[in-house]
Write a protein that binds this ligand. Structure first.
Ligand code: ATP
Length: 245
């Protein structure tokens, strides 16, 4: 597979790429995140798990900048991004694939990719890179994105985020509503990406998320309830308890 080129990130030895300290996020008066702290290494997969309503999407939105934390701090590549808007975070290298894909349904696949490739000096070549990553998209270039299958939409959304050359890719349920035959394809691509950049994945598909990640955070009612190496957490009885309804 053609490697997805990434932007230059200052090599600060083993410093984490993203550090969140005591994030507190609210919807109106209702608090959804309680003192959430985490650390994301520059390369590798990190899984964020938890039952419905645990706060996973809220955490990704807070990191991406769609929501602003009322308290706590976020640093990315050694600099504070607390006051940076979502576009500024994206241009610094934070890629975000929201749960609802965030693609333009009426635009074709090619047009969606062109939007993602706006900052590329050679956008055709960049789009070809994405087609090499997800060959199915190559067969659908003239099709309206709204008519794609669930799996193809996820592939398009991931490709569009990758065209921003992120050093950290945040994915909210990349296999939700995806046929099982395609899940393996997406999983494999994400596993490959996680050898080159930081990939943070929120998933209900626990087995898949743990297979991609080296590190895992498990959320419960807006808190980080458990964290550690994915290989160890996989067999931790506490994981089962935290995920059971
Ligand atoms: P799921 O796995 O079901 O997607 P989640 O772990 O991603 O759940 P969040 O979507 O982050 O959980 O929700 C965390 C809490 O915040 C829930 O109690 C939810 O009801 C609440 N919440 C989420 N979005 C809003 C909103 N726009 N307004 C008010 N409360 C919200």
């Amino acid at each position: 597979m053609m490697p997805v080129s990434k932007r230059f990130i200052s090599p600060m030895s083993n410093s984490p790429l993203l550090v969140a300290n005591n994030l507190c996020t609210y919807y109106g008066h209702s608090q959804a995140l309680f003192d959430v702290s985490l650390s994301i290494p520059a390369v590798g997969g990190v899984a964020i798990l938890g039952r419905n309503g645990a706060g996973k999407t809220t955490l990704l939105k807070t990191i991406a900048g769609e929501l602003l934390a009322q308290r706590g701090s976020l640093s990315f590549d050694g600099e504070s991004i607390d006051t940076a808007a979502i576009e500024q975070r994206a241009s610094r290298g934070l890629g975000y694939v929201p749960q609802d894909h965030g693609i333009f349904a009426r635009l074709t696949v090619r047009e969606n990719l062109q939007v993602g490739a706006l900052r590329e000096s050679n956008s055709d070549q960049a789009i070809e890179e994405m087609v090499a990553l997800f060959p199915r998209l190559g067969q659908r270039m003239s099709q309206a994105a709204g008519t794609l299958s669930g799996g193809e939409r996820k592939m398009l959304a991931i490709s569009r985020a990758l065209l921003g050359r992120p050093s950290l890719l945040l994915l909210d349920e990349p296999t939700e509503g995806v046929w099982h035959g395609v899940i393996e394809e997406i999983t494999e691509r994400l596993r490959e990406l996680a050898q080159d950049i930081a990939v943070v994945i929120v998933e209900q598909n626990v087995k898949m998320a743990l297979s991609i990640s080296q590190h895992c955070y498990v959320m419960d009612r807006g808190h980080i309830a458990l964290s550690g190496e994915s290989a160890a957490i996989r067999d931790d009885p506490e994981l089962e308890r935290l995920l059971s309804p």
